[in-house]
Write a protein that binds this ligand. Structure first.
Ligand SMILES: NC(=O)c1ccc[n+]([C@@H]2O[C@H](COP(=O)([O-])OP(=O)(O)OC[C@H]3O[C@@H](n4cnc5c(N)ncnc54)[C@H](O)[C@@H]3O)[C@@H](O)[C@H]2O)c1
Length: 443
């Protein structure tokens, strides 16, 4: 039986080649999830500008973890982050533009994928194939087809995939979920999520231009369609364009919907999804995603509702975003700072005891990174493994698909299809632009 490291050495050319052909027929690596408790863990960061860099910083706070490689398609990001890492006392040995070179490196145990959403799938799938554990940012990917193949790859290659849904590692979120599950709120009939953010309005349009010096723009686009460079579709603001992201629905939707799925112990797709909205308030802006959206998820015995408004920052309960669980005895309302209960007042003493406001400790992200490293080193269960990231991304993408198709949609998890709307079903899997091809994992 080959070890993982020498196996990678002898097959690295094949594995790298999979980036282009992506037809995998057999299990490449023997199942193993933990390194020795005293082994140093070597990580690489792919996509270093913003959140990936935040992830790396908290991962490096864990004992005996080093970063060997920074990978980005923008030279200025690479230079800046290499200097930042040096400031943290870490000398990065390798700066790389092609993530496949990172995957060939047998010294690297784990990768962090901090690229835009359209670039989550290939590095994660190929990373699993190459024997790496993966911390991939949320949403798991930019389409239902991609999240499905990522799930298959993580399972087939038995790799740890932690999804960047750090609320799963937040102590006040955990206590909120436990409170909902205690039954004290009575029967939960509705779970509501809302996200009102200025950035959801998009930016003012700017003309197409040349890409900035030092940017490999073709590689930034990767599997997405070829288009002239436009600053609005690039660093940070790509979220509002379908080829790369899913707008507020997926950007915040996965974080908040995840809390509802967790509390209500949901394991599969909704019964159906209806979605309505449009760009109603920011028509002069550069964005493809709706600035206004309401999504109704039909669940077993209760409703779930997502709502977002781009371009404003106020919302119910004086929160611009949040989750609320509406029970017969009271309503629990949570955000990243706190959770509160609003008891129903009817009857002597009301229907439930008053509950003190619970505050966050703001450690969720560092806890999430610690959990990833402890999972690799000690086999600790992941807080947001790929199934969790998969389910919340599925819900968020179904919200967008129902909107684009303008139809009520029913997703069959076994068939991995939308069974009642050919229009929505056609949007499940994106066409990849050559030379990139959509990964296929034969189980
Ligand atoms: N967990 C959270 O709370 C949270 C918060 C913010 C962002 N995110 C997620 O993090 C991801 C990145 O978002 P961001 O705000 O950092 O985006 P960003 O645009 O600021 O940074 C993305 C970086 O990836 C690089 N990149 C693009 N294609 C690449 C490729 N093929 N190889 C290597 N590098 C490549 C870009 O050059 C850029 O430096 C997104 O999926 C986003 O949803 C998560």
């Amino acid at each position: 039986m080959p070890t993982r490291r020498n196996f990678i050495k002898t097959t690295s050319a094949t594995v790298a080649g999979l980036g282009m052909t992506n037809m995998v027929t057999g299990s490449v690596f023997p199942p193993s999830s933990v390194v020795g408790a005293n082994d140093r863990i070597t990580v690489a960061l792919i996509g270093a500008r913003n959140m990936g860099w935040g992830d790396l910083q908290d991962i490096l706070k864990q004992p005996d973890v080093i970063c060997k490689t920074l990978c980005d398609v923008d030279d200025s990001v690479l230079a800046e982050r290499a200097a930042d890492l040096a400031g943290l006392g870490q000398k990065t040995k390798v700066l790389e533009k092609d993530y496949r070179k990172v995957l060939e490196d047998q010294e690297i145990d784990a990768i962090i994928v901090g690229t835009p959403d359209h670039w989550h799938c290939l590095p994660t799938v190929e990373g699993c194939q190459a024997g790496k554990h993966v911390y991939v940012e949320k949403p798991l990917a930019n389409s239902i087809g991609e999240i499905n193949v990522m799930l298959d790859a993580a399972k087939k290659y038995n790799r740890l995939v932690q999804v960047g849904q750090q609320q799963r590692s937040g102590s006040h979120w955990k206590s909120a979920i436990e409170f909902v599950q205690s039954g004290k709120l009575g029967t939960i009939r509705q779970v509501k999520f809302w996200g009102n953010f200025n950035y959801g309005a998009g930016n003012l349009p700017v003309p197409d231009s040349d890409p900035p010096d030092g940017v490999d723009y073709d590689r930034w686009l990767g599997p997405a369609p070829k288009r002239p460079f436009n600053q609005n579709r690039f660093h940070g603001s790509w979220r509002m364009f379908r080829d790369y992201g899913g707008g507020l629905m997926t950007d915040w939707g996965v974080h908040l919907i995840d809390m509802g799925l967790w509390a209500m112990e949901v394991k599969g797709p909704p019964r159906s999804v209806v979605s309505m909205g449009g760009n109603f308030a920011n028509r002069d802006r550069a964005l493809e995603m709706p600035d206004t959206l309401t999504v109704l998820y039909e669940m077993e015995g209760y409703n779930m509702i997502w709502e977002h408004n781009g371009g404003i920052q106020t919302g119910p309960y004086d929160q611009n975003y949040g989750v609320k669980f509406i029970g017969t005895n009271g309503t629990l309302v949570a955000d990243r700072d706190k959770w509160r209960v609003f008891p129903e007042s009817e009857g002597e003493g009301g229907r439930m005891e008053p509950v003190e406001e619970q505050k966050a400790d703001f450690q969720s992200h560092v806890n999430h990174c610690e959990n990833f490293i402890r999972a690799i080193r000690f086999g600790e269960p992941l807080h947001a493994g790929i199934e969790i990231g998969h389910l919340s991304a599925l819900y968020a993408h179904l919200g967008n698909l129902a909107y684009w198709a303008n139809e009520r949609v029913i997703y069959d998890g076994r068939k991995r299809s939308i069974i009642n709307s050919p229009t929505a079903n056609a949007l499940i899997t994106p066409d990849y632009r050559a030379p990139w091809s959509f990964p296929r994992i034969l189980i």
